[in-house]
Design a protein around this ligand. Structure first.
Ligand code: MOS
Length: 749
């Protein structure tokens, strides 16, 4: 049977207040670290290693030193001693524990072995190419599938509860007794975030020994404390500024390996120094999404109830660090499967340490698990939406606790109605477009922990009626500045334009790492509480003369001075996650990660999403198009509708990239990454993106925090890839288990 379908016109006018930083961005007025062009600025360029593992034996900088304008070539021989900044997941501050130039050691291809500083960028780059390096190379492991790669149990390598196997019931026994089983393996490649803004660092020392670093980061406090440790100075002598970030996606979530080098060069030369990595250097000097391999086994009974699941994950790490995996954190909670076993293993390879890339574990884990769930639905002959609804749960199978809120079923129901899922015919290859294209409709669910970090917010009303907000948080395009502005404006009854927000400045408020989709739930509740306290203060001290009243849509508070004689009024709020002790503020002010979740004392907290995807596959070439995606998210309160929609659209685009385009290719003979540029690291472009409809459940999660917000930035991507792959199966009857999908995988053999 063939069903003919037309694509409906776009019907998604943008709703919600505009982004507070939109005009500056489109005018090019937003200043990024690399835009710094002040007089006296020196320029740095890095020299990359050409081997994947070994030692620098001879480094000859004489020719480089003779290039006109070169000030200094820094190598491990002359840079001087400096400390490690440590590894974020090992009690330190950096994306990895390895800091180049502390020794002649080479730990991965592309690693910095020297840094040239010159009066001009051209001189620095010319000289960098003239540094001659001899190496003693030793054998290396290029990737997760290398013959000498050795997977090791994470529970043994990292014997802490949060990295342990995840268990409920007896999954092996339940699987053996299951009426229906699925047993399948899935592969995901290494990927790189490739934010538009490349990492750049500008370091400057004042006459009194204060270091100011301008670098796009999601973790200004971590950079500050890491640098202080590395350079052996007090943290109060370091200020880090990251007011706006041109895309983070996890690549900028900790101290970079080169930042101290730039600071040391600026100190040695007595002038500010700027380093801008090249795109290719970004592939080799910053973190990335590790490759992973998944083995999923599912069991179900004849009634269509999932009774057992075993999800085993092998994930790539570096030789020098253990970057932990937590993929089964969500796959153990997507459904009410009472017998679950999640096991994670790590595989050491000779690369820089991989790290967090948008939905770092959740996207790969959901690809594998939600593909397997689709396979099971077909094994049982059940509609994939109905099958998921039948296996929903109100209780977390792992902890036995309730969810703070869970509206996954509503996401599925709302989404299937809006998508027109009832018109789907179950059999593969049963739907065709008028032009002969195979049509496939796929669905998948996603979840992401709703985490919260401690934060301190200050809201100040100035005599001229402007409002200044300082809080921990980093604006990286996700819209946190807009969400804060809307919250303050609503609480104070002030116009959005009167609200100035200071973010990413370690001198204004402690700047906890902004990651893990906890930014909104971390910054908004204390900002709202501080604004409420400010209103209370105004009411008590300035009386009716201020005109200030609680509630939204009131006229802005009039200047304070006539009423109170004060130049400003200020209120502060300190908040931490449910169950966190007061001492957690010490980690916050010390630049250490201090987020809690998803398991809290009285509940577990996750955001949820359901994605519905249509693919059309050209019958001869098998070209896969994605003309429409419809996503419904449960992120609690929607704090800023426009930026929330944009987050989901972005997550869907990322999912399309992950399913159909992106992979960092490794040459096993040389290590490193081959396609280290935007020409060959293939990303989806505008022509690849069809219609994306976004909707929200919009129910506040007031158990989690007073504003009822969960998180959105990462759950948006979770489940997109399996929905696409499930749609490709529906269109073609071929079950593909390796990302990205290749056309040749769909060609008849
Ligand atoms: Mo994000 S990948 O949690 O920085």
């Amino acid at each position: 049977m063939a069903t003919h379908l037309k694509t409906a016109p776009r019907n998604t006018p943008r709703a919600g207040a505009e982004r507070v930083d939109a005009r500056d961005k489109v005018r090019g007025a937003t200043r990024y670290a690399a835009d710094d062009a002040r007089a006296g600025l020196l320029h740095a360029a890095l020299v990359p290693s050409r081997i994947a593992r070994g030692t620098v034996t001879v480094i000859d900088t004489a020719a480089a030193q003779r290039v006109r304008g070169v000030r200094q070539v820094f190598t491990h021989e002359n840079v001087g001693a400096f400390d490690t900044g440590g590894f974020l997941m090992g009690g330190g501050f950096g994306f990895q524990s390895f800091y180049p130039l502390r020794s002649p050691q080479v730990a991965y291809r592309g690693q910095t072995v020297a840094m040239v500083v010159a009066d001009t960028l051209e001189a620095a780059r010319e000289a960098a190419a003239m540094v001659a390096v001899n190496y003693a190379a030793v054998p290396f492991v290029a990737g997760i599938d290398a013959p000498d790669a050795q997977p090791q149990a994470q529970s043994a390598l990292l014997p802490q509860p949060m990295f342990a196997d995840r268990r409920a019931g007896d999954a092996e026994a339940a699987l053996q007794g299951a009426a229906f089983t699925v047993d399948a393996s899935y592969e995901l490649p290494t990927q790189h975030q490739n934010p538009m803004e490349i990492i750049a660092t500008v370091a400057e020392w004042s006459a009194d020994g204060v270091l100011t670093v301008r670098e796009p980061t999601q973790n200004a406090e971590g950079v500050r404390h890491g640098l202080a440790k590395q350079l052996g100075i007090e943290p109060d002598k370091v200020r880090v500024l990251s007011p706006t970030v041109g895309g983070g996606f996890g690549q900028k979530n900790s101290l970079q390996s080169h930042t101290a080098l730039v600071a040391m060069a600026a100190r040695a030369l007595g002038q500010p120094v700027k380093l801008v990595l090249s795109r290719g250097q970004l592939f080799h000097n910053a973190s990335f999404r590790p490759a992973s391999r998944h083995h999923v086994r599912l069991g179900a009974d004849r009634s269509g109830k999932l009774t057992a699941a075993i999800h085993e994950i092998d994930q790539q790490t570096s030789r020098h660090d253990l970057f932990p995996s937590s993929g089964t954190e969500i796959t153990s909670r997507l459904y009410g499967i009472s017998n679950f076993l999640g096991r994670e293993r790590l595989v050491r390879t000779d690369v820089q340490t991989p790290g967090y890339m948008r939905a770092p574990f959740e996207h790969p884990a959901a690809f594998a698990f939600e593909s397997a769930v689709d396979e099971m639905a077909y094994a049982l002959g059940r509609d994939p939406v109905a099958f998921r609804l039948a296996n929903d749960t109100a209780v977390d199978p792992i902890s036995g606790k309730p969810f703070s809120s869970r509206h996954l079923a509503e996401c599925l129901v709302k989404g299937s109605t809006a998508f027109g899922w009832a018109r789907r015919t179950m059999a593969p290859r049963s739907m065709r477009a008028a032009d002969g294209s195979l049509i496939g409709w796929g669905v998948a669910a996603g979840a992401y922990k709703a985490a919260i970090a401690p934060a301190i917010a200050k809201v100040r009303l100035n005599a001229n009626g402007t409002v200044r907000v300082a809080v921990g948080g980093h604006e990286m395009g996700q819209g946190i500045r807009t969400a804060i502005a809307l919250t303050v404006a609503r609480t104070l009854g002030a116009p959005v334009a009167a609200v100035e927000i200071v973010l990413g400045d370690t001198s204004a408020a402690p700047q906890h790492l902004t990651a893990g989709s906890w930014g909104t739930a971390t910054a908004l509740p204390p900002v709202q509480e501080a604004a409420q306290r400010l209103m209370e203060d105004l009411r008590q001290n300035a009386g009716a003369q201020t005109g200030a009243q609680a509630g939204a849509n009131r006229a802005p508070p009039v200047p304070l001075r006539p009423a109170s004689g004060r130049p400003f009024a200020e209120a502060e709020s300190r908040m931490r996650a449910p169950g966190q002790p007061e001492q957690v503020f010490g980690r916050l002010t010390g630049g250490l990660p201090a987020a809690a979740g998803p398991v809290y004392p009285d509940f577990v907290a996750f955001s949820f999403i359901a994605h519905f995807v249509e693919v059309r596959i050209e019958p001869t070439t098998r070209r896969i198009r994605v003309p429409r995606v419809l996503s419904v998210a449960d992120c609690g309160t929607v704090a800023s509708l426009r930026t929330a929609r944009s987050q989901v659209e972005g997550g869907v685009v990322w999912g399309i990239g992950a399913a159909l385009r992106e992979a960092s290719e490794v040459d096993p003979r040389y290590g490193g990454f081959l396609n280290a540029d935007l020409a060959e690291y293939v990303l989806p472009v505008a022509a690849d993106i069809g219609r994306i409809d976004v909707d929200f459940v919009g129910k506040p999660d007031t158990r989690l925090n007073a504003m009822g917000v969960k998180g959105l930035g990462e759950v948006a991507m979770v489940g997109v890839a399996p929905a696409i792959v499930n749609a490709v199966f529906h269109a073609t009857g071929k079950r593909l288990r390796r990302l990205p999908l290749r056309l040749e995988d769909l060609l008849e053999s």
